[in-house]
Every structure is written in C-alpha cells, then in structure tokens.
Design a protein around this ligand. Structure first.
Ligand code: UN1
Length: 511
C-alpha cells in the first residue's frame, strides 16, 4: 500500500532504533501487526532484546550529553522541523493510525493534527523555560531558580492514541533538553516505526545524534526494564490503572519520577437548564467517538429527572443515525473495537449492569459480519443503559462504547454521584445557568483534572495541562506548565559582596 511505503513501512520492520539486527533470519522475535478493520496482516516489527535495550539506553545517554548543551531555542528549531515533516505526512500517518488502531479517518487525521499542534506549542515553549528570581534576605546576594533537563525519559504509550500522546511528552521533553526512549503499545507498533522514521530523518538532516529519539518494542517485559532502570529518571506512562499502579510502585521504589495518565470514568451532568441540542451532540461524540476507547470517553451521563425521558429519547434517536463500519469510509462515525478481548469485556459489562438491574435501552449488539461491508473486525453497536450510580460496573472503566444514564434531582446530589468514582480525569456540565455552572467548577464541584461547561469530556486541546486526579494518576502532560515535570529545578544563591552573612541571622564566628 502506497501510504505505508511513503512512511517507510516494510514487510518486516526494526522495532529498535539502534543496534539494528538483520531481520528475517528467524533469530529475532517479531510482533505481527494486523488491522482491526478486518483482521488482515499489515506487517511485522521486531521485538527489542535486553541487549538491544541496553544499547539504546547507552546511545540515549551519549545523545543527552550533546542535546542538553544545545540551547533550548535551537532544540525548538528541531521540533519546528518535526512539525513541518508531520504536516507533509499528515494524510499518510493519519491513515496508518486508522489502519492499525481502527479509529475513523477524521480522528486519525485529528490525532496527527494534535502532534502538529504540540510541536508548534513546544517551539514557543523552548523560549519560555522560565525560572523565578527571588529577593534574598541577605545583602548583596542574588537568588534565582533555573531549570535543567532531567535525562533519558521513558515514554510508555497506549494503543488508543498511538502517536499523539507520545508527541505531548516527547516534543515538550525535547525542548526541555531530555532524550526519549519510547515503548509504544504492542498493538500499534507500526505507527511508532513510522513516527521514528520521521524524527530520525530530521535528526540526520541536522547532523544530530539519532539517540535523541529512541524506540523500543515489546510487551510488558520491555516496560519493566524501563521502570526498573535507574538510568531513566522519569517515566511517563499512559494506560490502565492496574498498569499505572505497577509503574508507580516500581519507579517509586527507586525514587524516580513518574507522570501517570491512567483511566477515566468521565461524566457529563445535563441540567434542565441546558441547551439540550448541544448537550446531546457533545454526548454522542464523547461516548461513541473512537468507539468508546478514549481515556476521556463519556461513560456516565447524569441527567436531571425533569428532562430525563426526553433526553434519553433524543440520544437514542441520534445513536440510530451513527454509521458503524469501515473507519476508512467518509461517512463512518464508529469503527471497530481494537480486538476481540475488547468486544468480550463490553459484553461482560453489559451482562453485569443488567444483572444489577440496569436497563439496556439501545445497542450493545456485536455486528461481526452483520450488515457490514467488512468482515473480520470486532464491530459493535454503541450501547445506552439506564443505571444507578452505585452499580459496581458503573464504577469501572470499560474501554468500549457503553453510556450509563443516571437520574438526579438536585445539583448537590448530581455532584456527589459525579465524584463518587475512583477515577478523576475529565468532566463536564451542560447548563445555561450561571450559578449551576460555577458550582460545578467550584471547590465543591467536579474533582477531575479537566472540568468543562457546555463542552464535552473528550477532545481536549493541547494548550491546557492534560491529566487527572485520584486513580487517574495525577500527572499532567502537553500544555500550560506541564514542561516542569520534564526538568529538574535548581535554586541558586550567589553572594557578590565581601561579607559572609548567614540566613536566619545566625551568628557563627570562627576566629
Ligand atoms: C487519551 O485518550 O489517552 O482529550 C487521550 C482527548 C484527546 C486525547 C485523549 N485530545 O480526547
């Protein structure tokens, strides 16, 4: 396929950026990448061995010595060039994201746009790594803080955003002067190989060491090499809460730093004072977009009792119009789930919620081979279930398009239900009432990292800090001052006088 060729993807690909082995002689373990669209084979990627991993880290350490001495705005210039190259490859890379992960083409392209946006942001950031100047209590002393790069940074990403989440981390960390070691999800290794090809080309064109951006490929074991590795001062990991807890413990045990972006269980509160048309549209994008596989997916809808029936019917109407099928087709809004396991956990969740007393009001069917023009993928009908907020399954993040509808009568009750889950990523309220809106955003309102009014839970812009509280892990990535997590802070005090006064007025005379 032409787009694969243009991204440098071959039948067999190197999954490790350095120490490249000869492929195809059977000595190297391979991962097969198949498309969720119809299950057909795309290409293979080699798995990183322990020896290759160590070589990658050494290469990264060497590159770090050069990169950290490069002025930050010059590092920004490299990121600018990466942004330009991503623009050139937007169509092809967007298509590969769709092909390998299964999200619709609009979203595949959107994901590459998110990479381009963060590049632009990071270029500006490269001239704004500000430290503060403080007033010293001692005469003729100057006090300030400065920020230094941390070192080789491990980036572990999930299948659902195969390229964008890496770029939030990597582009910011790059201008901060760090070098990167990326382990993508083994479900989408080709997207990572394609991105690696793009950044390597920019590095070569600028005579910079290729060890600035590194790639390793494999399963959990490779991730564990990284989390245990004292040579990596920072691990940024995106994925499940279970995975995040392991990462936090392992990295914490060696007192390393983490940025964790884990599960969400995002809700929208829809008040009787909302513009219901807007609320319904935002809900549909948030709940069925990416086939319910975003960490920001709308999973719970907390609707005021006075409009509950009306709003439920509106949603069912809209859901009926959602075209499910091949994500490469222009009119498709929902593509396949990533694999059979995802389809299974969706079915399990639906059984469980109905056992608890929930009422399935729409969807939930597996569509394999059923009225679809493609076969071999795991296509599902997004589901709407009327539920109670305390059903055990409603507390869980099921990575599939299931929307739980929950009734409320007053706002305090709605907020209490909203905040009753263990996750705390994204949240929203639809209302045109100022008091309600401000209550939702106040200290007794949403406990999430992201809280919106009349904007849904998913589809955040890169300019804000992205991440969440509680079991979502507390990390922040992409915009605002998220850059600080990729650097170490140093407080400097300089005495330019002729006396040696001590702080706190302490007298300590030695004569
Ligand atoms: C994720 O699902 O891990 O806010 C990231 C959003 C996207 C990013 C989602 N910009 O939905």
């Amino acid at each position: 396929m032409e787009f694969l060729r243009k991204l440098g993807i071959e039948g067999t690909n190197h999954g490790t950026s350095t120490g490249q082995e000869s492929l195809g002689d059977g000595s190297q373990q391979m991962i097969e990448s198949a498309t969720p669209i119809d299950g057909s084979h795309i290409a293979e990627v080699s798995v990183t061995t322990r020896e290759q991993y160590d070589q990658v880290v050494t290469t990264a350490q060497d590159a770090f010595n050069e990169w950290r001495e490069t002025p930050a705005p010059k590092r920004g210039e490299i990121v600018r060039q990466i942004g330009l190259k991503l623009r050139e490859h937007k169509e092809d890379l967007g298509k590969l994201v769709t092909y390998e992960m299964g999200k619709i083409l609009q979203e595949g392209l959107g994901e590459v746009q998110e990479m381009i946006d963060i590049c632009d942001f990071a270029v500006g950031q490269s001239r704004q790594l500000y430290g503060k100047t403080m007033q010293s209590e001692r005469p003729q002393h100057r006090m300030y803080e400065q920020w230094h790069p941390l070192g080789p940074t491990g980036i572990i990403t999930a299948f659902n955003f195969p390229v964008a989440v890496w770029s939030w981390n990597a582009m910011i960390a790059a201008v901060c002067g760090d070098v990167m070691i990326w382990k993508p999800s083994e479900k989408v290794p080709l997207c990572a190989v394609a991105v690696q090809n793009i950044v390597s080309e920019v590095l070569r064109e600028n005579d910079l060491p290729e060890g600035i951006f590194n790639l390793v490929t494999g399963d959990k074991e490779v991730g564990e090499w990284m989390t245990n590795d004292e040579r990596l001062p920072l691990i940024s990991a995106t994925g499940s809460i279970r995975m995040g807890k392991q990462v936090a413990q392992t990295v914490g045990a060696r007192l390393g730093k983490t940025i964790l972006e884990l599960g969400g269980n995002n809700a929208i509160i829809v008040s009787e004072n909302a513009d219901l048309e807007m609320a319904a549209r935002a809900t549909v994008f948030g709940s069925v977009g990416t086939c319910g596989q975003r960490c920001t997916t709308t999973r719970r809808l907390i609707v005021q009792d006075t409009i509950f029936e009306d709003f439920k019917n509106r949603l069912v109407q809209l859901y009926k119009g959602v075209k499910i099928g091949n994500p490469l087709n222009d009119d498709t809004l929902v593509g396949p789930l990533v694999d059979g396991k995802a389809a299974e956990s969706m079915q399990q969740a639906l059984t469980e919620v109905q056992d608890s007393g929930g009422e399935l009001v729409y969807g939930g069917e597996l569509l394999e081979g059923n009225n679809l023009e493609v076969e071999g993928g795991h296509y599902v009908q997004p589901a709407i279930v009327v539920a109670k907020h305390d059903y055990p399954i409603v507390q869980e993040e099921t990575f599939a398009p299931i929307l739980y509808l929950i009734k409320y009568s007053d706002l305090d009750e709605a907020i209490a239900m909203h905040n009753s889950v263990r996750q705390g990523l994204s949240s929203a309220m639809f209302t045109l009432n100022l008091r309600e809106a401000e209550t939702f955003l106040s200290t007794r309102g949403s406990d999430c990292g992201i809280a919106n009014i009349n904007v849904g839970t998913s589809g955040a812009e890169i300019g804000g800090a992205f991440g969440g509280e509680k079991e979502t892990g507390g990390g922040r990535e992409s915009g605002s001052d998220a850059w600080k997590a990729y650097m170490r802070r140093q407080t400097n005090t300089i005495n330019w006088g002729k006396e040696m006064p001590l702080a706190q007025g302490i007298e300590f005379d030695v004569d």
